[in-house]
Design a protein around this ligand. Sequence first.
Ligand SMILES: [Zn+2]
Length: 343
Amino acid sequence: MSSTHGFSENDIRPRELMAEKQKYVDADLTYLLSRHAEFVEVACPACDSQKEIFKFEKSGFSYRECLSCGTLFMNPRPSQAVLRDFYATSQNYQFWNRHIFPATEAVRRDGIFRPRAKRLSDYCRKFGVTTHTLLEVGAGFGTFCEEMRSLNLFERIVAVEPSPDLARTCRARRLEVFEMPIGEISASFTADVIASFEVIEHLFSPYDFIMQCASLLKPGGLLVITCPNYRGFDIATLKTLSNSIDHEHLNYFHTESLPLLLQRCGFELKEVQTPGTLDAELVRKHALSGALDLNNQPLLREILVERWSKLGQRFQDFLAANCLSSHMWVVGMKIAVEGRSSL
Ligand SMILES: [Zn+2]
């Protein structure tokens, strides 16, 4: 698909780099599995229910689905200590930071970060929030913060980035950086808006994370989270073939279960959207390679293969507009007026 959204999967994940990346992913997998004895059992990350059903295994990890809310989650999962060691030493992360992100930043800036900054600004206006301080948790290269700065909407923009390598990149871009996990941010700091893109699916405890966000937000402040939507088209169709289901992603919320978690943590749900652009292309690739058999799904075959040039983009637009894409945005407003929690 020559996407009207400005980028294809190959632009943001170039084929040659992705092929080289595989050996680092394999090294990461081997490391995590070597510490399997330290994995721990958890309740549902969205609703805290302990009623769950085994769904499948992939690459040696076990995934279960909550019988109450339908969230999929890795269980058992690496402990907090294992995750800390994993992200501090991950070869795959180093490779992304040193090669893939730098090689693709221009197209990511145009295709992902600029639209992301615009969408966040639109939410701020739509919900009438104060725009003094913006905090981004997991700022990475700092590209989103740079784009927000260029919009001149916030007086202060703070990048939370615990990884020393990435924090250095953010500082080189003259961004204000908190080089620490969100839980260590000073109790005197408050934000009007907290944004976190593609972070929550990696976390041991999404509940603790959302509560930490709540404790840093002013009442009436906005929390904006993006992550994969487990019930979106590419994940629901590809299942274990989906690259979204991997060893780094512990939590697979959907358009009802992430709102549930926000509400448990004292947020009023303001918006759920799935402005994804890649679902159809990702499923089509698997069909073309033969990994996904569409012989018994003639309608999908017609849309994704036979009439792709005419229907592909329209189909993707339909998915995005109807909360059926696998890329999800959830926006909540802090309603609790109480002080900080003890978290
Ligand atoms: Zn649940």
